[in-house]
Design a protein around this ligand. Structure first.
Ligand code: ADP
Length: 541
């Protein structure tokens, strides 16, 4: 839309300019002929000359003040001007005048609006008019043949020169338009690629001033401002692993090939820090440098890898803690078993008591190892989402099943395992495995950490949800421990806890399971009075 307007405005200006020049040239020429300053064999009647002057002025004024409407309008005006010029030449001024060159301006306009055809038509018009003029006047004015011939040759020569100039300009214009189109296409291609990249991608000049960037850049930098023209260093507040400040521009200057770094951190204005992976490369230009390459800017691709890095660190730490935790029971089991082997080999009569206690120690450690491996595999299942399949679960049925399952374990410690389910709570839609494992963890802990009293499993309807509580009258958890019990491998320092076997993984796994189920675990506890572990799940209507 904008382009079309510009073109028509330009053309309008050109044709108006030509009128301004052509009209006075012809009017002055007529006046010079009328006052005898210019000799013309064609001039005879002053009245016609005056009418022609009037026509020139009226037509030009009309043309000047009435904007061009359509191509037909342009053609009409054009024919009118051409005709008026030829009539003026034939009746008043004659062909053999230097002012004839003014016709060239009309040729330019014809070529501008109607291309080569318009140009040729205008030239032919002049040649035909010259021919007619010669035929009509030659019998009375024989010198007219030579004059008109010279004028026509002059006009044709000038026309050919003009045509070739216009042609070369046209070629240059079209080459320019073609290269602009190519450039635009190239630009569109690059913008499409960049805008479809999920990584923040900048293209800068050799001074690090941003020329192009994609939407991901704004997301990464958490800004809405226009980044074009901004120096890239101003946008990144970079530090390396040792906390040393890094200027991105200095990195770019040193980069003579693609460089990758994942040790950088960016600090946002509010102090938040993210880990960045940055790939940067110089843009090498070979254009106009005769085989040499020069660096004309840089491409910088940045990505937030905070999450990936923290997962990586968490995984490394986890592996190191797990291997440490596993080493102790393995060493103990291995030590006791090799002791037992020595005892068996050396003594004829084996002390049964010593042997039994050695085997028990080894067995306890193996049980501990089995429990840990079990917890680890539950954890890995939850993290990989293996048992994510959800189903409709009848809460009452599940709670009764768990109650039956743990009845004997509680009874073995002289504990009562009560059920509190006033009405049937209904159904929930969740992963059966996750929900069962979560409740099992709470119940086994309650039994483990309660020496006398009871354990109560509660499932109640509450605001369209079912609330699960596992309450015990056990040793309780101190306030400071309540904050830590969900950490992996955490076990309270309390001697009563240390007396029981445990991995410190159960509640860590539970918190992961709760997150998978879309809920959160609440703990209320008082040291030496007991604890309650609770969570809620939405009921199906
Ligand atoms: P584990 O029971 O194997 O030690 P958990 O992750 O299940 O590991 O529990 C972590 C810690 O939380 C326990 O070591 C214990 O200190 C505390 N804890 C968990 N449940 C109870 C409970 N019902 N009563 C008292 N302390 C508990």
């Amino acid at each position: 839309m904008r382009v079309a307007k510009t073109v028509s405005a330009d053309s309008d200006r050109i044709i108006r300019g030509l009128v301004v020049v052509v009209m006075p040239v012809f009017v002055i020429q007529i006046l010079l002929v009328m006052y005898g300053e210019l000799r013309s064999p064609n001039y005879s009647q002053p009245e016609i000359a005056v009418v022609l002057i009037g026509t020139w002025i009226v037509l030009s004024a009309y043309h000047y003040f009435r904007p061009l409407k359509s191509s037909r309008d342009i053609l009409g005006r054009f024919i009118a001007f051409e005709a008026l010029a030829l009539v003026t030449i034939m009746i008043v001024t004659g062909f053999f005048q230097p002012f004839i060159a003014a016709l060239l301006l009309l040729f330019v306009a014809a070529e501008h609006y109607f291309g080569d055809r318009g140009f040729i038509a205008s030239v032919l018009g002049v040649v035909i008019a010259a021919g007619l003029d010669t035929i009509v006047r030659a019998p009375s004015q024989p010198e007219i043949i030579q004059q008109n011939l010279m004028a026509t040759v002059a006009v044709l020569t000038l026309a050919i020169i003009l045509q070739s100039i216009l042609d070369s300009q046209k070629t240059r214009r079209s080459a320019l338009a073609h290269s602009r189109r190519q450039e635009r296409l190239q630009y569109d291609r690059i913008s499409t690629i960049m805008n479809n990249m999920t990584d923040a991608t900048f293209s800068t000049d050799s001074k690090g001033t941003i020329q192009l960037y994609n939407a991901a850049c704004l997301n990464l930098l958490d800004t809405n401002r226009d980044l074009k023209g901004v120096t890239i260093s101003e946008l990144f507040e970079l530090t390396n692993g040792d906390g040393k400040k890094i200027r991105l521009n200095s990195l770019l200057k040193k980069a003579h090939r693609t460089t990758y770094r994942d040790d950088l951190r960016h600090t946002y204005p509010d102090g938040e820090i993210i880990r960045l992976e940055i790939t940067y490369a110089p843009i090498k230009s070979t254009y106009g440098t005769k085989g040499r390459t020069t660096e004309n800017g840089y491409v910088v691709i940045a990505r937030d890898i905070t999450k990936m890095k923290s997962l990586e660190e968490e995984r490394d730490e986890f592996i190191s803690v797990v291997s440490h935790e596993l080493r102790t029971p393995i060493t103990i089991a291995e030590g006791t078993l090799s002791n037992l082997q020595l005892i068996v080999e050396r003594s004829d009569k084996m002390d049964k008591k010593v042997a039994a206690s050695t085997i028990k120690t080894a067995h306890d450690q193996i049980v501990y190892l089995a429990k840990m491996v079990n917890d680890l595999s539950t954890l890995s299942r939850a993290e990989r989402g293996v048992a994510d399949t959800q189903e409709d679960i009848d809460v009452s049925e599940m709670i009764h099943h768990l109650h039956r399952q743990y009845q004997s374990e509680a009874a073995a410690k002289n504990l009562k395992l009560d059920l509190d389910m006033p009405t049937k709570p209904g159904q929930v839609h969740a992963s059966r495995l996750y929900l069962e494992e979560l409740l099992q963890n709470f119940i086994t802990n309650a039994i483990k950490y309660t020496n006398e009293g009871s354990i109560r499993v509660v499932a109640r309807r509450h605001d369209g949800k079912v609330r699960f509580d596992v309450t015990d009258t056990g040793i309780g958890i101190s306030r400071s421990d309540q904050e830590k019990i969900f950490n992996k491998f955490y076990r309270s320092e309390d001697y009563r806890i240390r007396e029981t076997g445990g991995t410190g993984l159960g509640l860590y796994v539970s918190s992961k399971l709760a997150r998978k189920l879309g809920t959160k675990i609440e703990v209320t506890s008082r040291l030496n009075h007991g604890s309650t572990f609770s969570f809620e799940l939405p009921l199906i209507d």
